[in-house]
Ligand binder design. Structure first.
Ligand SMILES: Nc1ncnc2c1ncn2[C@@H]1O[C@H](COP(=O)(O)OP(=O)(O)OP(=O)(O)O)[C@@H](O)[C@H]1O
Ligand SMILES: [Mg+2]
Length: 502
């Protein structure tokens, strides 16, 4: 039977201090298939793939690759064997160019042994073209969006001419168009017999692209199923071990005063005449494609970016928000989409990160009150069900989704009235998503004004009371009621096919 498999991993165990991340799990791979690895945040998906890629070299168990037992000792060796990985948390060097990152450490040389820059940029261009990407090969990584960085990671992995490519949440930051080209690329790779290991929390997408699906739960192997034989509900049950009663729980509230109002906000070419409001006791969804200006709008309101003209009002009073301090004073909180750059201090503990947004809440007369810090962070960690061996664990060591939960916990502690969630569920498993929606509903019930920026339409339709749609820096539509709306209707305004002059 071994002949059918390019890879078999058996009885793989990984133990971190205080965490048994993998407990004798298995995973296998056939040439030319897309094998999805599914599981809740912290289930061990990234860990087993880091073993395979030669990143996490302390493991027990057996890896048989192309019929031979191997030891995964380091990244280079695994790459030479034909296994490459696209990491969940990006690993690019920000002040180098796209081409330099792709060919880092293996730049093409000319006849006298110097780097052949022309060839390197040319090769990078060809590679980017092959994945339908128009990212300039000479752009600095720091100038790219998260989605574009993800595409560069993908281009880099492709360039290694691998037999097996591990994609750890490749689409979590991609636009719909980029997802399409990634899927086309995956299909092309399949015809070339390249095997793909695919990790994602987007269940619809898994059924679309996957051939087989393996589920892990809490570091244990649960089951492997064929995509054609399963459904989203069945997968959820395998992942969380129970039926999930409601994917989008809803709470009815009658909205109160306009807590936040924005009038004619303009910022260069990026934001054009943005006007909207959010009332107490409502969740307002901002839907749009990546780059439509949603995050920019929120950053302006939070004082993280400046603006040219327009007015921001809180409870009808015009306010000046010049920096984040002003925003916090006005009880505005922003949960960032890019946790690695803005949301968290990775070298700090879970506890420290949680109390960071509101140090006053943990200060006593003698300075930091450790008991308060402990109680508050424990409580929020429980609410968010953060999977960590202790509150003292460095955030760096948490799984991707659990890091996201820490960002949310941090802002829940900030005692704000206007809470902006920018892509709050990106990379978060389906069970925890429901927890986050419940928290938003609870805050709404307390009379807070909630803004949710999301690129996922089912989520926007499922959670928001009203929806603003953005396209190319403008609000193209306000749905003042979210009843009976269809995805198509909203999508028309997000793609700019239809525009309503507001
Ligand atoms: N370097 C590390 N040190 C300590 N614990 C770690 C380390 N890396 C991972 N862990 C722990 O191992 C467990 C599995 O983490 P892993 O990153 O594999 O989860 P995951 O399934 O990829 O989750 P997600 O969907 O959130 O990305 C988690 O409890 C995590 O906190
Ligand atoms: Mg992971």
């Amino acid at each position: 039977m071994t002949d059918n498999f390019i890879l078999q991993m058996n009885d793989i165990t990984v133990q971190f201090p205080g965490v048994l991340a993998l407990d004798r799990v298995r995973f296998d791979l056939k040439p030319g298939e897309v094998h999805v690895l599914l599981g809740e945040n912290g289930a061990g998906k990234s860990t087993i793939m880091k073993v395979l890629a030669g990143v996490n070299t302390v493991y027990e168990g057996k890896i048989i690759y192309k019929g031979k037992e191997i030891t995964a000792r380091n990244i280079q060796e695994q790459r030479e064997r034909g296994i490459s990985i696209i990491f969940q948390e990006m690993n690019l060097l920000k002040n180098l160019t796209v081409a330099e990152n792709i060919f880092l450490g293996r730049q093409p040389l000319n006849s006298i042994g110097n780097i052949d820059w022309k060839k390197m940029y040319h090769d990078a261009r060809t590679l980017l073209n092959s994945i339908d990407s128009d990212i300039p090969e000479n752009a600095l990584i720091s100038s790219l969006s998260v989605g574009q960085m993800q595409m560069v990671e993908i281009a880099k992995a492709i360039s290694f001419k691998s037999d097996a490519i591990i994609m750890d949440e490749p689409t979590s930051a991609l636009t719909a168009k980029e997802v399409d080209s990634l899927f086309r690329l995956i299909n092309k790779l399949k015809t070339e017999k390249v095997a793909i290991i695919y990790i994602s929390h987007r269940l619809e997408e898994i059924l679309e692209i996957g051939d087989r699906i393996t589920v892990f739960r809490d570091g244990k192997y649960i089951e492997t199923v064929k995509a054609e034989d399963t459904t989203i509900d069945k997968l959820i049950k395998l992942m969380v071990g129970r039926d999930l009663s409601e994917q989008y729980p809803r709470v009815k509230c009658s909205p109160g005063e306009k807590l936040l109002e924005v009038k004619n906000l303009t910022k260069g070419k990026h934001l054009k005449d943005i006007s909207f409001f959010v009332r107490q006791g409502e969740i307002v969804g901002f839907y749009g494609l990546m780059g439509s200006g949603r995050t920019e709008t929120m950053r302006v309101i939070f004082g993280a970016d400046s603006y040219n003209s327009g007015e921001i009002l809180i409870l009808g009073q015009s306010v000046k928000i010049k920096n984040c301090k002003d925003a916090k004073k006005n009880k505005i909180a922003l949960l960032n989409e890019d946790r690695k750059n803005h949301g968290l201090i990775l070298a700090f503990s879970v506890k420290e990160n949680i109390v960071l947004a509101n140090l006053d809440s943990v200060m006593g007369p003698m300075g930091l009150n450790f008991t308060k810090e402990e109680i508050i962070s424990n409580n929020l960690s429980n609410i968010m069900s953060i999977k960590t061996p202790s509150m003292k664990q460095k955030v760096n060591f948490l799984s991707g989704g659990n890091q996201q939960k820490v960002v949310i916990a941090k802002w829940l502690n900030s005692d704000s009235d206007i809470i902006i969630f920018d892509e709050p569920t990106r990379g978060i498993d389906v069970g925890a998503k429901v927890e986050i929606y419940k928290i938003m509903n609870k805050l709404k019930g307390e009379g807070k004004a909630i803004i949710m920026v999301s690129s996922e339409l089912p989520e926007t339709l499922g959670v928001a009371d009203r929806i603003y749609v953005m396209h190319e820096g403008r609000i193209t539509k306000c749905f003042s009621e979210n009843i009976g709306l269809t995805e198509d209707e909203v999508m028309k305004f997000a793609t700019g096919i239809t525009t309503e002059v507001l």
